[in-house]
Design a protein around this ligand. Structure first.
Ligand SMILES: CCCCCC/C=C/C(=O)SCCNC(=O)CCNC(=O)[C@H](O)C(C)(C)COP(=O)(O)OP(=O)(O)OC[C@H]1O[C@@H](n2cnc3c(N)ncnc32)[C@H](O)[C@@H]1OP(=O)(O)O
Length: 395
């Protein structure tokens, strides 16, 4: 594994030092050698391919593999290479990554590639004119946090895990929100890197709970969850979600605590708690019926109905839906204008709206965590998690 990591790092370094034709293994450079079928977003794709060469931040092996896989899928279609031997670490990692894309269409792969590069560029140091860009703040592994133009952007950054929230990400999100609440930006935006907004709680978080001291683990998780959701209840500034793709579980339920939710038309909203032997959190047991009416909320929270961005908008959960191809551009343009409004006035208005219900929301949060603490110790929950982890079930 260490050898693979070192190998990939060196490919990345080389691809930045050498002239394109000298490097044959990295996908961006293969553009010079192959002419690919033209499609709707081909131009964006070619621009993204060029943009990758200019990235200054080292994106990490996970992201590089994702870029590689999306490039290959976009230009050649499903993986068509023989599987490399188990000791051929680098090629095996690349093959795995490409092969994992299955039958994803070339067009979707192209779009995902463009989106991934756009997110990577947004977190580059000082990219003039790039909305939501700015210097990347240090101290986060699972997030990319940037501040510019009066906007602090917090981006989930585990794209190869569909931005699932592991324990570290919960902790880092709390720290990022704490800092964003106090910094000099006017608004805060949360979004996801890659094709997902977030696939929710990382189900590996449960492996601890399924070991010896289940009761203690469930208690600790409930405390973590209560504090985490508490940060959203108490967040003092306008909080905006840019839902760039599908969202599952807690990133969906938390939306009830945001002030504005903009969604790509690729986004879906899914809260499969019963399927997972669990129950709603993020104050959704109160906010969802309030936002969309009890019948629609029950369909989502009890029966796990997945809804589209358009449906979520019709039900009042989402503020506005944008075509995926223009999502980033349109939303950032709008947010940059909002961020120029007097920050104190915005803050005070937000607090007026929120303070009416703050106490109630904290009480609901505590109750949801109490119920979940017991759910996490149930057989229904253990079976659902084990099924996912042993790859027997996906949503
Ligand atoms: C402190 C505790 C607080 C708890 C709070 C309570 C929160 C509750 C919830 O959030 S409930 C929702 C939990 N989420 C899920 O059940 C989603 C599970 N994931 C899936 O069903 C699928 O992965 C998918 C539908 C999201 C995407 O499917 P697909 O497009 O086919 O991709 P892959 O499944 O191949 O995923 C790629 C890669 O990511 C890993 N992964 C995705 N989601 C999760 C996840 N939630 N937990 C852990 N890992 C996840 C997946 O395993 C793959 O990894 P691999 O490449 O195999 O290493």
């Amino acid at each position: 594994m260490a050898a693979a990591a070192a190998g990939l790092a060196s490919i990345w370094r080389l691809s930045h030092r050498l002239r394109p034709l000298q490097v044959i293994s990295f996908p961006v450079l293969q553009l010079h050698m192959s002419r690919i079928a033209m499609g709707g977003s081909q131009k964006d794709f070619e621009m993204a391919v060029n943009q990758v060469k200019r990235l200054k931040n080292e994106p990490g092996n996970e992201v590089k593999l994702k870029l590689y896989a999306l490039y290959k899928q976009a230009t050649e279609g499903p993986c068509n290479m023989p599987k490399p031997g188990m000791f051929d670490f680098i090629n095996k990692a690349k093959w795995d990554s490409w092969n994992a894309l299955g039958n994803l269409s070339k067009e979707t792969a192209r779009q995902n590639y463009v989106e991934l590069v756009s997110n990577l560029s947004a977190s580059e140091p000082s990219s003039p004119g790039k909305p939501g860009a700015g210097r990347k703040q240090a101290g986060y592994d699972t997030l990319v946090v940037t501040s510019e133009d009066g906007i602090t952007k917090i981006m989930f950054n585990r794209p190869t895990k569909k931005n699932a929230l592991n324990h570290q990400m919960y902790q880092e999100l709390m720290a990022a929100l704490e800092a964003a609440g106090k910094d000099d930006s006017a608004i805060t935006v949360i979004t996801g890197n890659g094709d997902y907004y977030s696939s929710g709680n990382d189900l590996n978080n449960f492996t601890d709970s399924l070991q010896d001291d289940i009761e203690k683990s469930a208690q600790n998780a409930a405390i973590l969850l209560r504090n985490f959701v508490g940060c959203f209840i108490d967040f003092p500034k306008p909080l905006i979600a840019m839902v760039n793709g599908p969202a599952v579980g807690i990133p969906v339920t938390l939306l009830g605590l945001f002030d504005i939710i903009y969604a790509s038309d690729r986004a879906t909203f899914h809260t499969p708690f019963s399927h997972l032997g669990q129950s709603p959190e993020g104050c959704s047991s109160y906010m969802f019926p309030k936002i969309m009416g009890s019948a629609k909320a029950a369909e989502m929270l009890i029966f796990g109905k997945k809804i589209t961005a358009k449906e979520a908008c019709a039900q009042g959960l989402v503020t506005e839906v944008f075509p995926d191809s223009t999502f980033q551009k349109e939303v950032w343009t709008r947010l940059k204008v909002y961020a120029k409004l007097p920050p104190n006035a915005m803050r005070i208005s937000k607090q007026l709206i929120r303070n009416m219900e703050k106490e109630k929301l904290h009480a609901i949060n505590s109750e949801e965590c109490r119920v979940l603490q017991s759910r996490w110790q149930s057989e229904e929950c253990a079976n659902a998690v084990m099924n996912f982890l042993s790859r027997k079930a996906k949503l």
